[in-house]
Design a binder for this molecule. Structure first.
Ligand SMILES: Nc1nc2c(c(=O)[nH]1)N[C@H]1C(S)=C(S)[C@@H](COP(=O)(O)OP(=O)(O)OC[C@H]3O[C@@H](n4cnc5c(=O)[nH]c(N)nc54)[C@H](O)[C@@H]3O)O[C@H]1N2
Ligand SMILES: Nc1nc2c(c(=O)[nH]1)N[C@H]1C(S)=C(S)[C@@H](COP(=O)(O)OP(=O)(O)OC[C@H]3O[C@@H](n4cnc5c(=O)[nH]c(N)nc54)[C@H](O)[C@@H]3O)O[C@H]1N2
Ligand SMILES: [Mo]
Length: 692
C-alpha cells in the first residue's frame, strides 16, 4: 500500500515571491511540489524552475558524501571520505589558522537558501565564536537597500497585493515575468481593469513586450530619468504640495537640481526621446493611484544608490502614498527586520568585544589576492592574508564579479577552502573539502520575504539523501570539534526556528506557522498615507544629513567618463537573469537547460551587421579583464549600443569554460559598496561562423 502525505514547505530561493509550497510525498519520496492555492500571493502557482525541485533534489549528480581533494587545485580530482575524517580535518585546519589569527578565516555565503535557520543561524554563531572575519553581504541589493534606507528609513514599501488596484504601474528595472512572477499576476489584474503599464529597462524583455509602453534607456541612467520626471512635475504643477509639506524634508534643494534637467538633457543622457520623458511624467503626474515596482536590476551600476533615492522620492512628490494602491515597492524585507530575532539567531555577542575586520563579498577576487597588511585604497591596512574560506549557500566562482581574479584567488595553493553544496559547482570544483548539504525538501526552516509580507514555514518532507546534512548540523559538529561548548551550539533546528520570530513583537507564533503554513504581518494598508516613514522624523528624507541631496551619478565605464576605454570597447553590457535559472542555480537541471539552450549574448542588428555577427555565430565578448565565448542572437531585445549577456551560467558549461563575469569589474556602487555588474564596457567579434 502506498503511503501518501502532503507537507507544507516554502520556496527557499533568492526571489521576491517566496512561495508557499505543498510537497506530495509517496513512500518517503517527494514526487511533486505545487504552489499553495490558499496562500494569497502564491495563488497555487509555482514558476517553471521551482516546479522542477524534485528533479533537482534527486539529480544523479547530487553530492551525497563528503569529498576531499586529491589532485592539484582545480583538477577536479576528489575522493570520498567519511564525515568523521572530513570534519576532523577541517576543524584541525581551522583551529591551527585561528591559533595564529582567526581573521585569516572568512565565511562566504549568500542566499542559496533564504531560510532563517539554514542561512545565517548556526553558521553565524560559529564564525562569531571563532572571531573570523565578517562578511559584508553586498552582492545583490546593497546600493538599492542603502538608497531606500536613506530615503524611507528602511526597506519598506507597498503590499504587493495592492498593485491589482493601481491605475498606472511603472515596472522599473525589473523583468517581472522572469524574476517576480507573482507580482506580475497582480499587474495583469490591474491591466484587465484598465491600468496602464510602463516598463523601464534597457532590454526589451518578455515583461516589456506585455506592457503598454517600453522605455529602453541606457544602463545606469535611471537617476537622470527620475530628475527629468521631476522637472516636468514641477513645470506642470503635478505636485501634491500638501504631502510634500507635511511628510518630506529637503524638497526645495532637490527642486533646484531637478530644474537643471529639462527633457532634452535627460533624453541625451538616457539615449531616449524627450517625448518619452514628457509622456512618462504626464502619466505619472496625472494618474492616481500610481505605483512603481522598482527592482534591483537598476542598481547594479555605479550610481545605483542615488538612482534609487531619486526614484523613491517620486511617490512623495505626487502624494501617491495616500492610496494603498499607490507608492513604490523595491523590498519588503524591512517590515520583517524589527520582528526577526536576529540576535538570538546569530549571537553576535559571542564575539565578546572582538571587532574582526569586514570583507566585502563583491571584491573577493581582489581580497583573495591581497598580501598581509597591504595598504587599501582608503589608506587602511588589510590585516592578515586570507588563509581559509568556508563557502555555503553561494557559488562565488560563477557569480562574483571579475572571475579571472576570483579564480586565481581560489587556485592559491596556500588557501584552504571548504564548500558546503548540493552539486559540484564551479566553486566546489576549487575546494579542498566539499561537504554535502541538504536541500529544502530535507530540512526544517522558516522564511520571511522581500516581495510580500507573509512569514512561512518549511517542514522537512523527506529524509536527507545519502549522507547529506543540513548546514546547521555541519556547523554544530564543527563547533563541537573545535571545543565551542556554549549551549547555543547544541540547539536543534526546531529550537532555532522557534526563536526566529518573537511572538510578542512580531505577532507570529511558530505553532501558527506549523498549523497554517504561513502568517501575514500586521501592517497598515497604506503605510505612508500620513507620513510615518521609519525615519527619525517620520518624514521621507529627500535631503539626507549625511549624503546631501541625490544626483545622477554616471557609470564607472561610459563614453563620457572614460572615452579612451569606450573607443576600444564601445558596447555596454548588462547581464540580467535568464528566466529558467535562479542566479547560477538550476543551470544543471536537464529539463530547464533544454529550455535556456546555451550561453548567449543578444546584440542589436545595428551593432551586429558592421561586425559581421549573425544569429548562431560563436562570438568573443571581451575587454581588458577577460574574454568570454558564447553564441550570438541578433535581436531587437537588445537596444543599439547595449548587449545582453544572460546569466548566470556555470563557467564549465560555457564553450570555453568562462561565463559573463569574466568581463565584469569589482568597482563598487556609490552607496552600500555593492557590485556594478551592469556597468561594463565590452567589444564583440565573430569567433566562428554560425552553425546550424
Ligand atoms: N527566474 C529568475 N528569477 C530571479 C532571479 C533569477 O536569476 N532568475 N534572481 C533573483 C534575484 S537574486 C533577485 S536580486 C531578484 C531581482 O532580480 P533582478 O536581477 O533585479 O531581476 P530582474 O527583475 O530581472 O531585473 C533585472 C532587469 O533590469 C534590467 N536592467 C539592467 N540594467 C538596468 C538599468 O541600468 N536600468 C534599468 N531600468 N533596468 C536595468 C535588466 O535588463 C533586467 O530586465 O530576482 C530574483 N528572481
Ligand atoms: N553578471 C552577473 N552576476 C551576478 C548577477 C547578475 O545579474 N549578473 N546577480 C547577482 C545577484 S543579484 C546575486 S543575489 C548573486 C547570487 O549569487 P549566489 O547567492 O551565489 O546564488 P547562486 O548562484 O544561486 O548559488 C547559490 C548556491 O547555494 C547552493 N545552496 C542552496 N541551498 C543550499 C543549502 O541549503 N545549503 C548549502 N550549503 N548550499 C545551498 C546552491 O546549490 C547554489 O549553488 O549573483 C550575483 N551575480
Ligand atoms: Mo540577487
Amino acid at each position: 500500500m502506498t503511503v501518501t502525505s502532503v507537507v507544507r514547505a516554502a520556496c527557499p530561493h533568492d526571489c521576491p515571491d517566496t512561495c508557499a509550497m505543498l510537497v506530495t510525498v509517496e513512500d518517503g519520496r517527494a514526487i511533486k511540489v505545487h504552489g499553495d492555492p490558499a496562500h494569497p500571493t502564491t495563488m497555487g502557482a509555482l514558476c517553471t524552475k521551482v516546479s522542477r525541485y524534485p528533479e533537482r533534489t534527486y539529480h544523479p549528480e547530487r553530492v551525497l558524501h563528503p569529498l576531499r581533494r586529491v589532485g592539484p587545485k582545480g583538477s577536479k580530482r576528489f575522493v570520498r571520505v567519511s564525515w568523521d575524517e572530513a570534519l576532523g580535518d577541517v576543524a584541525a585546519r581551522l583551529q591551527s589558522i585561528a591559533a595564529r589569527d582567526p581573521e585569516a578565516i572568512v565565511p562566504y555565503s549568500y542566499a542559496g537558501t533564504m531560510g532563517l535557520v539554514q542561512g545565517e543561524s548556526m553558521a553565524a554563531r560559529f564564525f562569531h565564536r571563532l572571531g573570523a572575519s565578517r562578511l559584508d553581504r553586498t552582492i545583490c541589493s546593497a546600493a538599492g537597500g542603502a538608497g531606500l534606507a536613506a530615503t524611507y528609513g528602511g526597506k519598506v514599501g507597498m503590499h504587493v497585493e495592492h498593485f491589482a488596484e493601481s491605475r498606472l504601474i511603472v515596472i522599473w528595472g525589473s523583468n517581472s515575468i522572469t524574476s517576480n512572477l507573482h507580482f506580475w499576476a497582480f499587474a495583469q489584474a490591474a491591466k484587465r481593469n484598465g491600468a496602464k503599464l510602463i516598463c523601464i529597462d534597457p532590454r526589451r524583455t518578455d515583461t516589456a513586450d506585455k506592457c503598454h509602453q517600453h522605455i529602453a534607456l541606457l544602463p545606469g541612467t535611471d537617476g537622470a530619468l527620475a530628475l527629468g520626471v521631476m522637472h516636468e512635475l514641477i513645470g506642470n504643477d503635478w505636485l501634491d504640495h500638501d504631502y510634500i509639506e507635511r511628510h518630506t524634508e529637503g524638497w526645495p534643494k532637490l527642486r533646484e537640481r531637478a530644474l537643471e534637467w529639462p527633457p532634452e538633457r535627460v533624453a541625451a543622457t538616457c539615449g531616449i526621446t524627450a517625448d518619452e520623458v514628457r509622456g512618462l511624467a504626464r502619466d505619472y503626474g496625472s494618474t492616481a493611484p500610481a505605483a512603481i515596482r522598482l527592482n534591483y536590476g537598476m542598481q547594479r551600476v555605479r550610481g545605483g544608490g542615488n538612482a534609487t533615492r531619486l526614484i523613491a522620492i517620486l511617490p512623495c512628490l505626487v502624494g501617491a502614498w495616500r492610496h494603498r494602491a499607490g507608492g513604490l515597492l523595491l523590498s519588503a524585507s524591512g517590515w520583517f527586520a524589527p520582528r526577526v530575532g536576529d540576535a538570538a539567531l546569530k549571537r553576535p555577542d559571542l564575539l565578546g568585544g572582538r571587532r574582526p575586520r569586514t570583507i566585502n563579498m563583491s571584491t573577493i577576487g581582489d581580497d583573495l589576492l591581497r598580501e598581509a597588511d597591504e595598504r587599501l585604497p582608503d589608506g587602511s591596512r588589510f590585516g592578515p592574508r586570507i588563509e581559509a574560506l568556508v563557502v555555503y549557500n553561494s557559488n562565488p566562482v560563477a557569480v562574483a564579479p571579475e572571475s579571472p581574479k576570483v579564480l586565481a584567488g581560489f587556485r592559491r595553493d596556500d588557501l584552504f577552502t571548504v564548500v558546503l553544496e548540493h552539486f559540484m559547482t564551479d566553486t566546489a570544483d576549487e575546494a579542498d573539502f566539499v561537504l554535502p548539504a541538504t536541500t529544502q525538501l530535507e530540512h526544517l526552516d522558516v522564511h520571511t520575504s522581500y516581495g510580500h509580507t507573509y512569514a512561512l514555514i518549511n517542514e522537512p518532507a523527506i529524509a536527507p539523501l545519502g549522507e547529506a546534512r543540513p548546514n546547521t548540523q555541519i556547523f554544530r559538529e564543527l563547533a563541537a570539534r573545535m571545543g565551542f561548548d556554549d549551549a547555543c551550539f547544541k540547539e536543534s533546528d526546531e529550537a532555532i526556528a522557534r526563536q526566529a520570530f518573537d511572538p510578542a513583537r512580531s505577532g507570529i507564533a511558530f505553532d501558527t506557522l506549523r498549523e497554517h503554513g504561513w502568517a501575514k504581518l500586521q501592517l497598515a494598508e497604506a503605510p505612508f498615507a500620513n507620513g510615518n516613514f521609519p525615519t527619525r522624523s517620520g518624514r521621507c528624507m529627500i535631503d539626507s544629513p549625511t549624503l546631501g541631496i541625490p544626483d545622477h551619478v554616471p557609470n564607472h565605464e561610459t563614453p563620457a567618463t572614460t572615452p579612451e576605454l569606450a573607443a576600444r570597447y564601445p558596447l555596454a553590457m548588462i547581464s540580467p537573469p535568464a528566466r529558467h535559472h535562479l542566479n547560477s542555480t538550476f543551470v544543471n537541471v536537464t529539463s530547464l537547460r533544454a529550455i535556456e539552450g546555451e550561453p548567449l549574448v543578444e546584440i542589436h542588428p545595428d551593432d551586429a551587421v558592421p561586425r559581421g555577427v549573425v544569429s548562431g555565430a560563436l562570438v568573443r565578448v571581451f575587454n581588458d579583464r577577460g574574454s568570454y565565448l558564447c553564441k550570438a542572437e541578433v535581436a531587437t531585445r537588445a537596444r543599439p549600443g547595449v548587449v545582453n549577456g544572460l546569466g548566470i551560467w556555470w563557467r564549465k558549461l560555457g564553450p570555453d569554460g568562462t561565463n559573463v563575469n569574466e568581463l565584469t569589474h569589482q568597482r563598487v556602487t556609490d552607496l552600500g559598496a555593492g557590485p556594478s555588474f551592469y556597468d561594463c564596457l565590452v567589444q564583440v567579434e565573430v569567433a566562428a561562423p554560425a552553425t546550424a
